[in-house]
Design a protein around this ligand. Structure first.
Ligand code: HEM
Length: 416
């Protein structure tokens, strides 16, 4: 959910201090499960490491500890700072993941009732239509060759789904896609481009707030504004940031979860075949696929406000803490035989890919809906999807906080 500030790599190691291990580099991004399993099953499942940006941090890897960490108010996202609602801010300068309760609670409650699974189900028909149209277009464009699934389907589908929920006018969608996609993947982008994109997203949400204040509808913005009008308790900038955060946090995480789910099914053709033959199993399988792999191997980095004990280890006050959802999702103490992809797994919904506690992902209902629709449509249309390149050659990018698959070439197998 976040990126790491200022690189201090290469800082000299102080004499007499052992160099901290650095397990979160390129090999981690390609294969996090192996690295995390090694730490989790070592005698030191709460490990002090150095991040690729050169900062020390503590990794928490056992499911029980990760769950406790998400619920512990002493692990702070604000770093103990209280935001001043009087200061004018651009959307995204301060967002939900920079606040702790009670400030976090007063803002977040404006959005959660608008994002329940029941509310999201009201958008299902249009989300289904988006999936069908994108698959029609991909089929028409491909001839007999492979399809690059991230570009042809995952990215446009996740974006269109968000546009449906926000009810973005058709004519504004293409212009909005640019800054959203750029902020989702800033690789190779200049600071000026990033800044300009934030300004465009800021202008978009404020424009929508004005439009929906004048003419409310059944969309997410109108519902958040109605809650704000009723409850108050937040500044205009905070509401703008909340909406911008929903738009941005809702995009790439779902794109990548779609890609990762398909990679898992390509690696497990029997599971894929079963889901293709019995699509009613897909909604439950979605949770197992989220357990299997997730774009965010860690929750947002937290700061220990006090000394905090996990088992035999005390994390000192002032330390950065990374709660590893990916390690917890494969902890055999929580999920039996975690290395088996089992679409009927009874513990699947205990995965932590959406986090836990006060910051639990408010978009989980929409994400589950999108994944269910995407997989049902993909497997319904193209039975027997096969990888067009060996899965070991897929290019994983992003970083240890948010892994990203740029391209996923697949060969559709045609009707069953
Ligand atoms: C499969 C897709 C998704 C995954 C894996 C995911 C994962 C997460 C996780 C792990 C957190 C908690 C971070 C923490 O506590 O450190 C989170 C928070 C958040 N997510 Fe998601 N998310 C997904 C989709 C979405 C969608 C579709 C939306 C919006 C519609 C969204 C909006 C948010 C927001 C606003 C937060 C911050 C909540 C807070 O701090 O209170 N996410 N997400």
């Amino acid at each position: 959910m976040d990126t790491e500030p200022a690189v201090t790599a290469g800082a000299p190691v102080r004499a007499g201090r052992p160099r901290l291990p650095e397990p979160l580099g390129g090999a981690f991004v390609r294969r996090p499960a192996g690295v995390l399993a090694e730490i989790r099953e070592s005698g030191c499942p709460v490990a002090r490491v150095r991040t690729p940006a050169g900062r020390p941090a503590w990794l928490v890897t056992r499911a029980e500890d990760v769950r406790a960490g998400f619920m512990d108010p002493r692990l702070s996202l604000s770093g103990g700072r209280t935001p001043d609602p009087g200061v004018r801010r651009r959307a995204l300068d301060l967002t939900l993941v920079n606040y702790d309760p009670p400030d976090h609670t007063r803002i977040r409650r404006l959005a959660t009732p608008a994002l329940t699974p029941a509310r999201m189900a009201a958008h299902r028909e249009r989300i289904e239509r988006a999936a069908a149209e994108l698959l029609d277009a991909a089929d028409a464009a491909r001839g007999r060759g492979p399809i690059e699934l991230m570009g042809a389907f995952a990215r446009p589908f996740a974006f269109r789904s968000l546009c449906e929920v926000f009810d973005v006018p058709e004519e504004e969608r293409a212009a909005l896609y640019e800054p959203v996609a750029l902020l989702a993947d800033k690789t190779g982008r200049s600071a000026a481009e990033v800044d300009a994109s934030v300004t465009r997203v800021d202008a978009f949400v404020r424009g929508e707030m004005a439009r929906r204040s004048a003419a409310p509808g059944d969309d997410l913005v109108s519902r958040v504004l109605a809650a704000w009008q009723e409850q108050g308790g937040a500044s205009e900038d905070e509401v703008a940031s909340l909406l911008a955060m929903l738009l941005l946090a809702g995009f790439d995480s779902t794109v990548q979860a779609m890609g990762m789910s398909v990679v898992a099914l390509l690696a497990h053709p029997q599971v894929q075949q079963r889901l293709s033959e019995e699509p009613e199993r897909i909604p439950r399988a979605v949770d197992e696929l989220l357990r299997w792999d997730t774009p965010g191997s860690f929750g947002t980095k937290r700061l220990a406000l006090e000394d905090i004990r996990f088992g035999d280890t005390v994390i000192p006050a002032g330390s950065g803490v990374l709660l590893s959802v990916a390690a917890a999702n494969h902890d055999p103490r929580c999920h039996a035989d975690p290395g088996t992809l089992d679409p009927g797994r009874s513990t699947a919904s205990r995965h932590l890919s959406f986090g836990l506690g006060p910051h639990y992902c408010p978009g989980s209902g929409l994400a589950r809906l999108e994944l269910t629709v995407a997989l049902t449509r993909l497997l319904g249309r193209w039975h027997r999807l096969a990888p067009a390149v060996p899965l070991s050659q897929l290019a994983w990018g992003g970083g240890y906080l948010h892994r990203r698959l740029a391209a996923l070439p697949v060969l559709p197998g045609g009707p069953a």
